[in-house]
Write a protein that binds this ligand. Structure first.
Ligand code: FAD
Length: 165
């Protein structure tokens, strides 16, 4: 794998900025240094980091990288303990931290649909909120407190089932 020359990095930066926007392509040393290591002792600072905000942008980045034969190293929070998110010489980092939306949580079936960059603590907090809402509703249902929650009947029944589970 070849290391990118500065003019190649600049050309790549411009092409990627056209996909994700200027603010989401990092090339300055103080920005990229944080993307060069994980929980291991391996380290290799990448020349460029791209931070897509959607699946379509990720697909466009892959197409571009494939055309130019540039390797991509995917990275989430960089806490892996295998060196997997440390970019090898010549590769650039595709960071997924912007893909941080929880799309759906179904506590009854115990299924959560999240984007690839959601961190566990965020998901945990969201689940705890649902649990707390369910507990409040159950108390209200039993006349032990006034329910502050309003919503369609289906939602209320759903939360009550959760609280009783
Ligand atoms: C202090 C500490 C304690 C830990 N404790 C535990 C524990 O108790 N139990 C446990 O199971 N694990 C534990 N781990 C390991 C933890 O699970 C990993 O750190 C975690 O899986 C890494 O996730 P990440 O999002 O930070 O991924 P990264 O470190 O960014 O990446 C990990 C690998 O996945 C790839 N990758 C990342 N995102 C994507 C993506 N969207 N698509 C494709 N590939 C991708 C990367 O290229 C890399 O190869 C611990 C780690 C640390 C540092």
């Amino acid at each position: 794998m070849t290391v990118l020359a500065p003019d190649q990095v600049e050309a790549l930066r411009a092409a990627l900025a056209a996909i994700v926007g200027d603010a989401h392509v990092l090339t300055t040393p103080e920005d990229v240094i944080a993307y060069g290591f994980d929980g291991t002792f391996f380290a290799n600072t990448p020349p460029l980091v791209v931070l897509p905000g959607s699946t379509a942008e990720i697909a466009a980045i892959h197409r571009l990288a494939n055309e130019r034969r540039i390797a991509l190293t995917p990275r989430a929070m960089g806490s892996g303990l295998s060196g997997g998110s440390v970019p090898l010489a010549g590769s650039i980092v595709l960071g997924i931290a912007r893909l941080n939306r929880i799309l759906a949580i179904d506590p009854i079936d115990r299924v959560a649909v999240v984007q690839a960059g959601v961190i566990t603590a965020t998901l945990q907090a969201a689940v705890e909120k649902i649990r707390a809402a369910a507990a409040t509703l159950l108390l209200a249902e039993r006349g032990l407190m006034e329910s502050p929650l309003k919503g369609p009947k289906g939602n209320v029944e759903f939360l009550l089932r959760l609280a009783a589970a």
